[in-house]
Design a protein around this ligand. Sequence first.
Ligand code: G3I
Length: 376
Amino acid sequence: MRRREFVVGALGAGLAASTMPDRVLDGMPEALSGASQGTSRSTGGMASASQLRTAIPFGAAVRVDYLADQFDYKTAILEHCQIVVGEGGLKWIDLRPTRDDFVFDQPDRLIAFADANGMKMRGHTLAWYGAMPDWTQQIASEAEAEGELVRHIETVVGRYKGRIPSWDVINEAIADNPTADAPFRDSIWYQRLGKRFLELSLRTAAAVDPDVQLVINDYAIENPTEQCRAKREALLAMLRDLKDRDVPLHAVGIQGHLLGDQEIDKEGLSRFVEEVSGLGLEVLVTELDVIDNKLPASTYDRDQIAAATARDFLGAICDVKRPGAILTWGITDRYTWVPMWFTRDDGKPNRPLPLDVNYRPKAMMQVIEDFTRVPA
Ligand code: G3I
């Protein structure tokens, strides 16, 4: 029995009989929790409502091309994940080769894989500074920017309406070193629209698909540093402003690209989650991995430190609020973005993810299981 089937089965079976609200599992749209589509592959055992409340859907970012031609990769995703998100595919650079073209090949293949295997797919991402095609630099005016952003969101969210239940509508809107006067990161959208791009993106996505979970996603809020504290405060100020103006928004994505050599600010992170929850928002862990370039050379020591860091991070969140989902940014060390920016001085390959290059579970996978599994 695959773990995934057990968890989805328990979720599906137990939720059907539990007194939990029909609509969502702690703010996660039913489509992501697997409750509504009867995707329960019940194991026969009925999990109790209390057990179900500790079952957190787990998933990973996926490189869709590898699903087609790498059996071990596909097997690992099927074995461990209830949710998938494209590591690429739904970014402007992938979707929009020219101003007039939309290329949906990658997300179409990923949603087909998800549908065929009882999985749910998250959308990443609609409004970001990164991975933008060169032609977008020609967007010259506020009116043009509004037109292009609305057209993009309407076309993309519309195509997957009812099939992608949760979107990172806005990604990394907060500056790396925010100040009260300058909290936002530069992007073509901020340059042309100011902070209005936030509301415009969220309202447009909500108008296209009223049932979609609207998420603002960001990173580097989990360490006991002035930078992380400032980012938490700037993020909260933005969230409060949006909620005060009744802008549709449902959740905060805490990416979780953890620096393995830095401790987790458990108190600061827990307090942040309390504040987010106090605004009526859910939390998702959206891109968990551990950047190990400054950790010891020993793979055993590195894996143990990475697992402990992940445990502290997940504990600081889950002590306050059960996240609607936990996703890692990849599933295997074989395919990770980390060496793009964080190669090790000793030249050893990075080990940021739950499975090693040969798809063997590492200590981090046990930590994830401890937080996501339904207890026996
Ligand atoms: O596919 C092309 C390939 O054909 C070409 O030969 C190669 C040479 O440059 O580039 C390949 O595209 C790369 C793509 O990843 C697919 O591997 C892009 O250059 C590269 O920029 C892109 O990087 C991605 C990055 O976002 C920018 O989109 C990473 O894989 C991806 O892990 C990373 O993910 C981000 C999240 O979206 C947001 N949060 C942070 C996270 C990590 O940076």
